[in-house]
Design a binder for this molecule. Structure first.
Ligand code: NAD
Ligand code: UD1
Length: 317
């Protein structure tokens, strides 16, 4: 059994990864500044270091006795990074370099979080690890920067890494109240309250939605795939869903008629994002196990239980 540091472990994806590692019998330490993450999401047996991920001294201490690091701390909202370009760069790229630097001193392998946002305007379908990255947002550019620095970390500092490019992750634990949350948690929250969903743009933009527990499994598997070649893996299902289809499906599962308003498209919004899961399947033995309908039902059930409300009939079927 191993001891791991998980940065961003109080967040949405990080907390699911922490639970998976604990279930596997591992010991976990979390480093998180609690900016979007919540202390209550991690169980009492987990050591929590409240610190900024760009703080080298805090990282040095947090890494002192671990066998590996999962690095997830970041500002995860593309829109928030657009609004705070330099501030998000400090966390998303400088923070990642600080993690690599601290890990290189002790040669601790790092599985770090990139994003499907690196593909940006790439029109290939499906998107593969070999598709040229052309980010169109500050967030995507910094995530690509993380991948380039992982390459340098391997070549210059002998640091073994693996990079994960999650596509659009959803599931229980994503905060429906934050305007910077993912579209599924926002839509599920609004539908549950009978409110109108706002679609940015024409709703024909496409995403590859992947359930959070599936993504956590990719991270865990990738610790076995680290190397100084800085290998990268897409975490995706290969199934496209447009935002308009998504709005209708969530309404259907909730047993209500869709109430939809349209607003301006977001700046830096990716049009088509569908991944190819082939590399993760062949090299990490991963394939997604939760389809969108089942995952949405679980998400709606979780939201209802959080509110203490009964689950709507259609979501239970
Ligand atoms: P999240 O906001 O729930 O989690 C991020 C965590 O990092 C939070 O606990 C937050 O408190 C912490 N954090 C933020 N800034 C920090 C800092 N300066 N120092 C220390 N901790 C800090 O978001 P998430 O969706 O769980 O995202 C986790 C990772 O996955 C991020 O790197 C994100 O970019 C990436 N990602 C997310 C998705 C998605 O669809 N949610 C897709 C691709 C990539
Ligand atoms: C998401 C992740 C990002 C990740 C990327 C990988 C979040 C908050 N962001 O970005 O971390 O790296 O996937 O692909 O999880 N939309 C609406 N109405 C809304 C909210 C969103 O129409 O109320 C639209 C957006 O314009 C966008 C789509 O839904 O076209 C998805 O938006 P969002 O969930 O914010 O995710 P991404 O920007 O794709």
């Amino acid at each position: 059994m191993s001891k791991y540091l998980v940065t961003g472990g109080c967040g949405f994806i990080g907390s699911h990864l922490v639970n998976l590692l604990l279930a596997g019998g591992h010991t976990v330490r979390v480093l998180d500044d609690l900016s979007t993450g919540r202390r209550e999401t991690i169980s009492s047996g987990v050591e929590l270091v409240v610190a900024d991920v760009a703080d080298r001294a805090a990282l040095d201490t947090a890494m002192r006795d671990v066998d590996g690091c999962f690095h997830l701390a970041a500002i995860a909202s593309v829109e928030q990074c657009t609004r705070d370009w330099a501030g998000s760069h400090r966390v998303n790229l400088t923070g990642t370099i600080a993690v690599f630097e601290a890990a290189a001193v002790r040669r601790i392998p790092v599985v770090y979080t990139s994003s499907a946002a690196v593909f940006g305007s790439a029109s290939e379908r499906p998107l593969r690890e070999t598709t040229p990255a052309t980010p169109i947002s500050a967030y995507g550019a910094d995530k690509l920067g993380c991948e380039l620095h992982a390459r340098v970390a391997g070549l210059v500092y002998d640091l073994p890494t693996a990079g994960i490019r999650p596509f659009n992750v959803y599931g229980p634990g994503q905060d429906p109240r934050s305007p910077y949350s993912g579209v599924i948690s926002l839509f599920c929250g609004l539908v549950s309250e009978g409110k109108t969903l706002t679609i940015n743009g024409d709703g024909q933009q496409v995403r590859d939605f992947i359930y959070v527990d599936d993504v956590a499994r990719v991270f865990a598997a990738a610790m076995g795939g680290v190397s100084t070649d800085a290998r990268i893996y897409c975490a995706c299902t290969g199934h496209p869903t447009s935002v308009l289809e998504l709005a209708k499906l969530i309404s259907e599962l909730s047993g209500v008629a869709p109430k939809i308003a349209f607003a301006e498209a977001r700046r830096g919004d990716v049009r088509n994002s569908v991944g190819d899961p082939a590399r993760a399947r062949s090299e990490l033995g991963f394939s997604a196990s939760v389809d969108l309908r089942s995952g949405l039902r679980r998400t709606l059930e979780w939201m209802a239980s959080e509110r203490g409300a009964p689950v709507m009939a259609a979501a239970r079927r």
